[in-house]
Design a protein around this ligand. Structure first.
Ligand code: PMP
Length: 392
C-alpha cells in the first residue's frame, strides 16, 4: 500500500482551483510549428529563441561529438576529470562573454543553486530582487549567508538595504535576473552596478533570458549595457537561446577555480554529455559569425507585440521578446490558453506560484524561427478568443 494518498487530495485541490494540468506531448522536434497530441499548432511556448534546438549545424556537431566521445561523461569532473571538449566549451564561452573564465553546470537551475551557495558564507549578506527566478531563491536558501529582499527593480529600496545593513557584513552579493522571465523587463543593471561599487558589494546577474537575446550577437545584458568587467558573476543558460541544455557562470579565474572545489553540482553531479557539449560549441560559433538570428528574433518579437498591443491586450512592461498577455484570474488564464490551442496556437498559461496570485497570464515566446505568416495566424487566433472571452 502506498502512503502517498495525501498527495491525491492535494491534486484534487488543484483540480478544484482549475489549475491542474496535463502535460502536452510534442511529437517531433521543437520548432515554430509543432505537432502536439496529434494537432498541428503554432508554438509560442518554447525558449528556443533562435531556433537552434533543431538547427542542422548543431545536430551535425552533436553527432560528431557522439562518434568521438560516446554518449556520457562517465563521472563527476572532480573524479574523472574534464574531457577536452568540456574545456573547449568553457574557453569559447569565456571568449564569447568577454570574461576571464566560465564554469559550466548541468543546467541553469543547478548553476544558480550551486554558485550562490559556494561563493557566500556565514557573515555575508545576499540582497535579492523580489522577482528573481526560483533557482536563485533556492540557491539563496542553500547559502549560510543572511538574506534581504529589495522591491522589484526599485533602486531606492536597494540602496535603503545597503545603507542599513552593509557595515554589518563581510561580503555582500546583490543578485538580479538580467531579464525577468515572466514579464520580460530588463534589470536596471547600470544603477545596480553603481550602487554595488558605492557600497563595495559584488554583483550577480542571472541572464538566462538575456543570453543569446540582448547585446551584440546575443552576448547578454552585461554587453547590452556595456558593463564588461563590472559584474562579478553572470549566469547564462544553454537550454534557451542556445537550444541545448546546461548553464554557466562567467566570472573571474579565481571564482571559477573555487567553484571547481566547492560548487556542489560540480562535485556531486556528472558533467554534460558530449553530444550537448558539441552542439553548444557550434551554437556559440554561429553567434560569433552572424547576427542574422538575433536580428530576426527582435524583428519578429516587435512585430508580434505591436499587433497584440493594437488589439488591446495587456502585454505588461516587456522590453524583450518575452511577451506576456496578462489576464489576472488564474482559471481564466488556463481557459484562454486552452481555447487558443483549439484555434491552433500553443501558448502556456502561467499561474501562481510561478507568478504572484491574481496576475495569471499566457506568456508568448516568439522566436527567430517563426515566419510572419505564422505570427499573423497566431494574432488572428488571439483576436478571436480574446473577443469571445471578453478580454479585449
Ligand atoms: N534562471 C532563469 C531566469 C530561468 O528562467 C530559468 C529557466 N526557467 C533558469 C534559470 C533555469 O534554467 P535551466 O532551464 O537551464 O535549468
Amino acid at each position: 500500500m502506498s502512503n502517498t494518498g495525501f498527495l491525491e487530495k492535494k491534486i484534487e485541490g488543484l483540480k478544484d482551483e482549475g489549475v491542474y494540468r496535463k502535460l502536452p506531448i510534442l511529437e517531433g522536434a521543437n520548432e515554430a510549428e509543432v505537432v502536439l497530441n496529434g494537432q498541428k499548432v503554432i508554438n509560442l511556448s518554447s525558449n528556443n529563441y533562435l531556433g537552434f534546438a533543431n538547427h542542422p549545424r548543431l545536430k551535425k556537431a552533436a553527432i560528431e561529438a557522439v562518434e568521438k566521445y560516446g554518449v556520457g561523461a562517465g563521472a563527476v569532473r572532480t573524479i574523472i576529470g574534464n574531457m577536452d571538449i568540456h574545456e573547449e566549451l568553457e574557453e569559447i564561452l569565456a571568449e564569447f562573454k568577454k570574461e576571464e573564465a566560465v564554469m559550466v553546470f548541468q543546467s541553469g537551475f543547478n548553476c544558480n543553486a550551486g554558485t550562490i551557495q559556494a561563493v557566500t558564507e556565514k557573515g555575508d549578506l545576499i540582497i535579492s530582487d523580489e522577482l528573481n527566478h526560483a533557482s536563485i531563491i533556492d540557491g539563496v536558501k542553500l547559502s549560510k549567508a543572511d538574506k534581504a529582499i529589495f522591491k522589484h527593480s526599485d533602486m531606492e529600496d536597494l540602496e535603503r538595504v545597503l545603507k542599513e545593513k552593509r557595515e554589518n557584513y563581510n561580503n555582500v552579493l546583490i543578485i538580479t535576473d538580467g531579464v525577468f522571465s515572466m514579464d520580460g523587463d530588463i534589470a536596471k543593471l547600470p544603477e545596480i552596478v553603481e550602487l554595488a561599487e558605492k557600497y563595495n558589494a559584488m554583483t550577480y546577474v542571472d541572464d538566462a533570458h538575456g543570453s543569446g537575446v540582448l547585446g551584440k550577437s546575443g552576448r547578454g545584458t552585461v554587453d547590452h549595457f556595456n558593463l564588461h568587467g563590472r559584474v562579478d558573476f553572470t549566469i547564462g543558460t544553454l537550454s534557451k537561446a542556445i537550444g541545448v541544455i546546461g548553464g554557466y557562470v562567467a566570472t573571474s579565474k579565481s571564482a571559477q577555480e573555487w567553484l571547481n572545489h566547492r560548487g556542489r553540482p560540480i562535485l556531486f553531479s556528472t558533467s554534460l554529455p558530449p553530444a550537448a557539449v558539441g552542439a553548444i560549441i557550434e551554437a556559440v560559433k554561429i553567434l560569433m559569425e552572424t547576427e542574422e538570428y538575433t536580428d530576426k528574433l527582435w524583428d519578429n518579437a516587435k512585430y508580434f507585440k505591436e499587433k497584440l498591443g493594437k488589439l488591446g491586450f495587456n502585454t505588461g512592461k516587456s522590453e524583450t521578446p518575452i511577451t506576456p498577455v496578462i489576464i489576472g484570474n488564474e482559471a481564466e488564464s488556463m481557459e484562454f490558453s486552452k481555447k487558443l490551442k483549439e484555434e491552433g496556437v500553443f501558448v502556456s498559461a502561467i499561474v501562481f506560484p510561478t507568478v504572484p496570485k491574481g496576475t495569471g497570464r499566457v506568456r508568448c515566446m516568439v522566436t527567430a524561427g517563426h515566419t510572419k505568416e505564422q505570427l499573423d495566424r497566431a494574432v488572428n487566433a488571439f483576436e478571436k478568443v480574446g473577443k469571445e472571452m471578453g478580454i479585449i
